[in-house]
Ligand binder design. Sequence first.
Ligand code: NAD
Length: 474
Amino acid sequence: MRDFNMIIDGQPVATDHHLSVVDPASGQPFATVPAAGSAHVDRAVAAARAAFPAWSRRPEAERQRLLHALADALEANMPELMELLTRETGKPLSGLNGIGAGMEVGGAIAWTRVTAGLKLPVEVIQDNDDARVEVHRKPLGVVGSITPWNWPLLIAIWHIMPALRAGNTVVIKPSELTPVATLRFVELANAILPPGVLNIVTGERDIGATIAAHPDINKIVFTGSTPTGRKIMQSASGNLKRLTLELGGNDAGIVLPDVDPKAVAQRLFGAAFHNNGQTCACLKRLYVPDSLYEELVAELARIARGTVVGNGLMSDTQLGPVQNRAQLNYVHELVEDARARGARILSGGQPQAGGGYFYPPTVIADAVDGMRVVDEEQFGPVLPVIRYTDLAEVVARANLNDNGLGGSVWSNDAARAAEVALQLECGTAWVNEHGAVQPDAPFGGIKQSGIGVEFGRYGLEEYTSIQTLKVMKR
Ligand code: NAD
């Protein structure tokens, strides 16, 4: 059992009470972390507030250099961070299509370096004989970051790096289910950053709520479920905190009739099942034309049955366990509901016996809109496949969902597919792939999937406020 400390004002902080962290491959605890109280949040916010003036005044080049040093630290500690991620999330070290703990740490390094290189130039609106008008981007102050359990380190990096790059200081609270890789990263980062610039507190939902309501925090960046996002929005209203909310998704993929089912099935499978479907922008509802339906579902089920499910620490594992017991039960409940309503379960469909939270990849044929597994975000290794005949009608059906994170269209005619993709109501639309994000392109949800975007210049600007400067010349 490994014990972790929080880091507040550059110092390790232990508590009397602890939370156990469970390895989902065994269902047994493997680490303990502090259970913070609200006084710890106050201390962390005070440290971040005290560190803000000096950090925000540092020359840009210096903050950029320190971000690169953080990327170096991630790189130097990659094997340890990967193992911690696999132990706490269950995701394989390598995984289906290489999407696993290695990719999570690799992504964290890449995002840190790209974010280090982003610029916030002064924009000149007017410069004539009358006046010069400039738009400056200023840091906001203290940023509170609250993260979920599916990609804990990568999402922490997505929050922390643009916040620091823009000159803010940070208090982060990771998910109580997956805090350890983030704790270790913040420990490493505090050997590089000045004290108070990056603080971490660990605790349950109440600690998240304390952060969301804290009067001395200026912005919350939250990634997690839509119901929690709503609560955070309410709590944040007390001092008009700025908000970036990256919330749930229920992404539709639409296959056009011109594709070869065998050629496209592997990529569709990867888009739906990587990380066991526990990615916000996984493909979660697949719409397939009548003409291809039976061949494509059979191919997806064949791939599912050939997928290696096991402990993520084993090198040949493609999919690990579901991250937690409650999620496993929820996923199975949705599958049982579909079964009871007449859907065909072509692969999987039952939790695996044994100690861990294993659920084999489950392809559901004859799913229809209105079934819970189609309408709700399953966030697990399950893909409902829905039949359609008319393209305009299926686009309308795909758009009926309250979520609006991502969507995709699959076709041999990329231009035609792009036209259809632009009709989808979502923050990112892909053609012939689904869920791929990159550090220089904005990503975020519309409708109930969130507010604001992350990544690139657009994402960086969310960690700033605008100051307009007008200098009269006459
Ligand atoms: P969750 O909302 O249950 O918890 C996320 C975090 O919020 C945890 O740290 C938790 O302790 C904290 N929290 C819970 N209640 C709170 C409250 N009242 N106030 C403040 N903080 C509170 O989400 P989860 O189950 O950890 O994550 C899964 C969800 O995250 C899925 O819906 C998924 O789609 C979504 N997600 C979205 C994105 C995206 O970019 N849009 C990315 C990853 C995950």
